[in-house]
Write a protein that binds this ligand. Structure first.
Ligand SMILES: *Cc1c(COP(=O)(O)O)cnc(C)c1O
Length: 393
């Protein structure tokens, strides 16, 4: 038998005078260098290159650069999920004996990390109401190093007193970390306003199509960046090139999606509020929202694509609603190009007692809507029909 062709040795990628318009997807985990001197130069930061995918890759850098431009910073780090961004920041910047003050309505897993996981690693936390700066201040101890807040809370859409919290962090020399997932840099320019660290779950509005999980971290201080980067690389919180490529693709339309989704949310809030099956609507853009004035001042007229409402009644009415609107995905996520509906009592807040939920105003009839980009007439129709079905005896 004649010698077999060598398929193992990589075929050289063809040179081309024309340029691909679309960013190439680069799945390579390993990168070859010409010699050890070249590798030294690269690790010393004198030249740019890659070595191993966990430490960075071109698709992550392209995506990071785009989100950097949105936030107005540079050197952002893309991670494998929003939670890995939260993890990288906390474990990168805090150690045994440190204390963190967190908003009391943070994303569910962030809350769990604060109350259940961090204590096992010697980091303590206190949760406080971020709409009440005096409560945040009272939570600070001599061991406090960091404040972690979200600007708009989930699912009751309360708006944090960011001005007060920014001042508090500055006065006490605390690292201010803002999870800007709900608001996005358009609603709240966290970095430009001076946050030390900005986090995004890119999974949500930025990528926008519910087909990747990714996170993002932006820092102001180079020492913070290095500590967080090393933690992310060591713990393996790395994003996949494919996910980064998909998120980049989604990000090109973020502007238009967000604008459309917000206009839809504002219109849908009125439709829902006018329906007799509904007890209350929570939307920061409505004058009856408890933080409407603050939202107006803080959010640059961008009241977001999220709205929540409470039905009269309980679980039976909640079941009737989702069954009557099968075309609106009943799924506990947000920021998808299409509208999704979530029911905190049976999902994100199921771990709380009924009393704990009641204290937040989360009843069995409570729904959160992540409004998408459908034609508004379609959404109005879907929600009116679903609410009619709830109201029917
Ligand atoms: C979803 C979410 C996270 C976690 O992001 P994943 O990408 O799901 O890991 C963190 N913070 C907020 C505000 C979120 O909505």
């Amino acid at each position: 038998m004649s010698e077999r062709p060598n398929l193992v040795r990589r075929t050289v990628f063809p040179d081309s005078v024309s340029r691909a318009v679309v960013t190439p997807l680069q799945p390579s985990v390993v990168y070859a260098s010409p010699d050890p001197d070249a590798l030294d130069a690269q690790y010393d930061g004198k030249t740019r290159g890659y070595t191993y995918g966990r430490e960075g890759h071109p698709n992550a850098d392209v995506l990071a650069g785009m989100i950097d431009r949105l936030e107005g910073g540079e050197g952002g780090i893309v991670t494998g999920s929003g939670m890995s961004a939260v993890t990288g920041v906390i474990l990168g910047l805090l150690g045994q004996g440190d204390h963190i003050v967190g908003g009391n309505q943070l994303y569910g897993r962030s809350l769990r990390m604060m109350t259940q996981d961090l204590p096992r690693w010697g980091i303590t936390s206190t949760l406080a109401d971020p709409t009440d700066v005096a409560a945040m201040k009272a939570a600070i101890t001599p061991a406090t190093k960091m404040i972690l807040v979200e600007v708009v809370s989930n699912p009751t859409l309360r708006v944090a007193d960011m001005e007060g919290i920014e001042r508090l962090a500055q006065e006490h020399g605390l690292i201010l970390v803002v999870d800007n997932t709900f608001t996005t840099p358009y609603g709240f320019p966290a970095y430009a306003r001076g946050a030390d660290v900005v986090i995004h779950s890119v999974t949500k509005l930025l990528a926008g199509h519910s087909d990747v999980t990714l996170g993002y971290v932006l820092t102001r201080d180079a020492t913070h960046r290095k500590a967080i980067y090393d933690t992310i690389v060591t713990l393996g919180l790395t994003p996949s090139p494919w996910d980064c490529w998909m998120a980049e693709r989604g990000l090109y339309t973020f502007d238009m999606r967000f604008e459309r989704a917000q206009a839809n949310a504002a219109a849908l809030a009125e439709v829902v509020a006018a329906h007799p099956a509904v007890e209350a609507v929570l939307y920061p853009g409505r004058p009856d929202h408890p933080d409407h004035n603050r939202a107006g001042a803080l959010l640059n007229g961008q009241f977001g694509n999220m709205l929540s409402f409470r039905l009269h009644g309980g679980r039976d009415q909640a079941n009737a609603l989702t069954r009557a609107a099968p075309q609106v995905a009943f799924a506990p996520t947000l920021g998808d190009v299409g509208t999704t509906l979530s029911h905190p009592a049976s999902s994100s807040h199921r771990g709380l007692t009924a009393e704990g939920r009641a204290a937040l105003g989360i009843t069995e009839g409570f729904f959160r809507v992540s409004v998408g980009c459908e034609p508004i007439s379609l959404l109005t129709n879907d929600f009116t029909n679903a609410l009619n079905a709830v109201a029917a005896p």
